[in-house]
Ligand binder design. Structure first.
Ligand code: PLP
Length: 394
């Protein structure tokens, strides 16, 4: 019997949660079935009453998905995890499962575009207004609280600006207000930041990013205490059905086996690229959480155990220069994904954050020249050559 308690993270990411069948297969079994049969009508009744253990329907639970959930819970140090079809399904369920009409939400202003749509457009449609605040400014979180505030939501480091928020500070304000805190930890990865240990009540991931990390499938996951999952998330997921496919859960289990190897290597390369490129003449600014000139370097040292696979490059020549740079790249690909084995660049102002008016983008720190770089597994020298040549051409 595998003991998570006595093993290191790398070992647990290969073994934890494995449900081996009587055939003794090496790789986790892919239970590609939408449902399960029962020995008798009595057994079906007992299964639905939760009086008998076992699976009934893959919208509710599935053994391959359960293996992924258990491995993720072990990685995050969470009591419970629920997988979802995508990162956005995880964000939406974590928020919608908690609020009722008349409640109020506070969220950081600098969010991934779809996350911001959920808090700014979707929740108000159901009578749940949202106040957006400047995430690093704790006084703004405190001022935004109302008696009916139910939950806080933030990303740190934020997509795409790499702005960092004091998670422990925001958690304290949330708890004083009787609210919960949800943290989208996609950019930090579970390896470099532990929001639950910092006081957050719930962590969400797009597993599409570093957890798969090889461009194969979408997925998401919600991690929290058993009570949080049971009282706020479980029923919402079971009844509305944003379920992770067993096939994708199997792919994500394979991704977890190599997550530390990939993220550590990608981060080493990202750090080297940040050092080599930070004073390039075509850049107005290079932001990287591992550099001493990051505006929140002191908070990063306190809150994170490693920097990031992501860089933000602000081209001095605006959109035209950013496009020239991106079009001149030969190895690095243009994409809106991140956390992948392939290095990828994104121009947020014209893609992920296109729907925002220029003033709103400016408030979020997204300039016309900003290019988000997700560093992959290519050789660092090849990436540096590609990026430096394309910057020269910008
Ligand atoms: C910070 C953040 N949260 C959530 C998501 C949504 O994830 P998915 O595309 O898996 O729905 C993304 C996707 O880019 C993201 O960057």
């Amino acid at each position: 019997m595998f003991s998570a308690a006595e093993n290191h993270l790398e070992t647990r990411l290969v073994h934890e949660g494995t449900l081996r069948s009587e055939l003794g297969e090496t790789s986790e079994t892919l239970y590609l079935t939408q449902g399960f049969t029962y020995e008798s009508a009595e057994s079906a009744e007992a299964r639905f009453l939760n009086e008998e253990p076992g699976y009934s329907y893959s919208r509710f639970s599935n053994p391959t998905v359960a293996m992924f959930e258990e491995r993720m819970a072990g990685l995050e140090g969470a009591e419970a995890a629920r997988a979802t079809a995508s990162g956005m399904a995880a964000v939406t369920a974590a928020l919608m499962g908690q609020v009722r009409a008349g409640d109020h939400v506070v969220a950081a202003r600098a969010l991934f575009g779809s996350c911001r749509w959920v808090v700014e457009d979707l929740l108000p449609q159901f009578g749940v207004p949202c106040t957006l605040v400047d995430g690093p400014n704790l006084a703004e979180w405190r001022q935004a609280v109302r008696p009916e505030t139910r939950t806080f939501f933030l990303e740190s480091p934020a997509n795409p600006t790499l702005e960092v928020i004091d998670i422990a500070g925001v958690a304290r304000i949330a708890h004083e207000a009787g609210a919960t805190l949800i943290v989208d930890n996609v950019f930090a990865t579970p390896l470099f930041q532990r929001p639950l240990a910092l006081g957050a009540d719930c962590v969400v991931y797009s597993a599409t990013k570093h957890i798969d990390g090889q461009g194969r499938c979408l997925g998401g996951v919600i991690l929290a205490s058993q009570d949080f999952i049971e009282t706020k998330v479980q029923q919402f997921l079971r009844m509305t059905g944003p379920t992770l496919s067993p096939f994708n859960a199997w792919v994500l289990l394979k991704g977890l086996e190599t997550l530390p190897l990939r993220v550590e290597r990608q981060t080493r390369t990202a750090s080297a690229l940040a050092e080599a490129l930070h004073d390039h003449a075509k850049l107005a600014r290079l932001t990287y959480p591992g550099r001493a000139d990051h505006p929140q370097a002191e908070l990063i040292a306190r809150q994170m155990s490693g920097p990031s696979t992501m860089l933000a490059l602000d081209l001095a020549g605006g959109k035209e220069a950013a496009f020239r740079f991106m079009n001149a790249l030969r190895i690095v690909k243009i994409s809106n994904n991140l956390g992948d084995a392939k290095s990828l660049v994104t121009h947020p102002a014209t893609t992920t954050h296109q729907r925002f008016a220029p003033e709103l983008r400016a408030q979020m720190g997204i300039s016309e020249g900003l290019v988000r770089l997700s560093v992959g597994l290519e050789h660092p020298d090849d990436l540096l050559r590609d990026l430096a040549r394309a910057l020269d051409a910008a």
